[in-house]
Design a protein around this ligand. Structure first.
Ligand SMILES: C[S@@+](CC[C@H](N)C(=O)[O-])C[C@H]1O[C@@H](n2cnc3c(N)ncnc32)[C@H](O)[C@@H]1O
Length: 483
């Protein structure tokens, strides 16, 4: 499935480029364009020349940038690169940075894509580093050809350092740093067999268009970005927001752990989607900025489609095992937790509520309950819902299929994508805005499925993140049907 719909909301390539028009307007692109019997114009994505022409043409058409990419060097996909720049814009707005930000691009490549886009699109001033002499030469030429030397400085770099060489050479603070690291640890990983790591995952559709040195580094991206995180610890607030792209989902947990360990104040994770490719972005800061506060409207549709939490209410006495009784008790729980709540739908076998919490009113109660259990029940976990029961699986599956109350159809699990860590909470003007005060907003539905009753909880927004919803579900499990 193409994931263009999940691109950043401001990405102009959410609407795919019109290849027919590109072929009419740009002779270099036309060379690679073919028309099928239905009149549809396309290119061969396995042809490196066609990919290079597409990238150069889009840069020319949409950003008035003229770039050269030598044979064998990485050809950047523009929609994905633009996703990263737009996310940086959001982060910088959050940090109250100046409109003309000052940034560092680590490993800019022959195209110098990020600094050129940043300078042309947003007038940011950029220092770009590169270790490969040929790429360095080409990046410098690309900047000059576009008359952007006033905003972009390209500098040769040493392999053993990522940030130090820039921060030692250029005084003053930077608003951000960015990095598209070499994702792989060995050239073997570039083989299509390894790239299609999962049975269900299709083989890459595009030609491989980079040199091995550009995309392979000892230890792969985890080691590379870990170096960046370690270096960021040394430079702390000299750079307002440190960021990196991440190529593999499996790299996120160790990196987030390290970000926590080096004492970042807050961090944020995002997804960059384009075509059949998903990449991730990590941002962290040592300044007093809460990166988790990216406004909801800017979170991609995919992130909003959080996987709902499902729970089958264990069967008890017949007279109490009714949707109406469960709802009554649920309302009791909402009141106990001081939720603002509203019933938004009631049809046969289905009731939906929207609930809003302005503080965590459940954690203490969980602790007290756990303690009570430890003494009364020998520490056995009180979860009368048998997680291994096949029946439970069926009901949850059914609930998910039903998409109770229009819940998201996507079943892809989403990771916790932000953290508060040591956030030094400071009252700001925006704290007075109501939505900023929301700790948790969610939809909670009660539905009958066959002869069972299930709950579905969907996270909407709130500082408590999805973690808070997990905790609320746990509270409901522990309290809903108790007498
Ligand atoms: C995956 S490429 C990214 C190129 C470009 N930023 C892009 O997104 O298309 C990684 C680049 O980082 C460069 N590189 C690797 N280690 C580096 C280091 N320590 N300092 C600066 N550049 C480095 C490589 O030569 C390569 O050009």
């Amino acid at each position: 499935m193409s994931m263009n719909q999940y691109m950043h909301p401001r990405n102009i390539y959410k609407q795919p480029p019109n290849f027919k028009q590109l072929a009419l307007d740009y002779p270099e692109f036309r060379k690679y364009a073919t028309q099928d019997v239905s009149g549809k114009v396309t290119i061969d994505f396995k042809n490196v020349g066609a990919l290079r022409a597409l990238t150069c043409t889009l840069l020319k058409k949409d950003f008035d940038l003229n770039i050269e990419i030598p044979p064998g060097k990485l050809i950047p996909t523009i929609p994905l690169r633009l996703n990263y720049i737009l996310w940086l814009e959001d982060l910088l707005n959050l940090a109250g940075g100046p409109p003309q930000a000052r940034g560092i691009d680590i490993g800019t490549g022959a195209s110098c894509i990020y600094p050129l886009l940043a300078a042309r699109k947003s007038q940011w001033s950029m220092v770009a580093t590169e270790i490969d002499p040929e790429s360095l030469k080409c990046a410098t030429a690309n900047v000059a050809n576009n008359h952007l030397e006033g905003l972009v400085t390209v500098m040769g770099a040493q392999k053993d350092s990522l940030l130090a060489q820039v921060l030692e050479k250029f005084p003053g603070d930077f608003d951000f740093c960015m990095c598209n690291p070499p994702f792989f640890s060995t050239p073997l990983e570039l083989h299509p067999f390894f790239k299609a790591r999962k049975v269900k995952r299709p083989h890459p559709k595009n030609a491989f268009c980079a040199s091995v040195d550009e995309v392979v580094a000892t230890g792969g991206e985890v080691s590379y970005i870990s170096r960046l995180v370690e270096e960021s610890k040394a430079w702390g607030p000299r750079v307002a927001i440190y960021t990196s792209m991440v190529g593999h989902k499996s790299s996120l947990p160790p990196l987030k752990k390290l970000i926590r360990e080096v004492g970042a104040v807050s961090f944020k994770q995002t997804e960059f989607c384009q075509g059949h490719t998903t990449r991730w972005g990590l941002a962290w800061t040592f300044r007093d900025v809460d990166l988790t506060k990216i406004p909801d409207s800017l979170i991609s549709a995919k992130q909003k489609m959080a996987k709902p939490l499902l729970y089958q209410i264990p069967k008890g006495e017949d007279s109490k095992y009714k949707v109406s009784v469960v709802c009554e008790r649920l309302v009791g729980v909402f009141k106990e937790l001081q939720f603002d709540f509203q019933e938004i739908k009631r049809v046969r076998g289905l009731v939906e509520f929207v609930v809003v919490a302005f503080a965590d009113t459940w954690s203490h109660q969980r602790r007290k309950r756990r303690e009570k259990l430890r003494f009364s029940d020998g520490g056995r976990k009180c979860d009368n819902n048998n997680l291994d029961s096949p029946e439970r699986g069926d009901v949850c599956e059914k609930l998910a299929e039903l998409g109770v109350g229009g819940s998201p159809s996507s079943k892809r699990a989403l990771e916790e994508d932000c953290g508060f860590y040591n956030a030094k909470k400071r009252k700001t003007e925006s704290d007075d805005c109501n939505s900023e005060k929301i700790y948790l907003k969610a939809k909670i539905s009660v539905a009958r499925v066959g002869d069972c009753i299930g709950l579905e909880l969907v996270f909407f927004e709130g500082k408590g993140t999805k973690e808070a919803l997990h905790q609320v579900l746990q509270f409901i499990k522990n309290n809903l049907m108790k007498d």
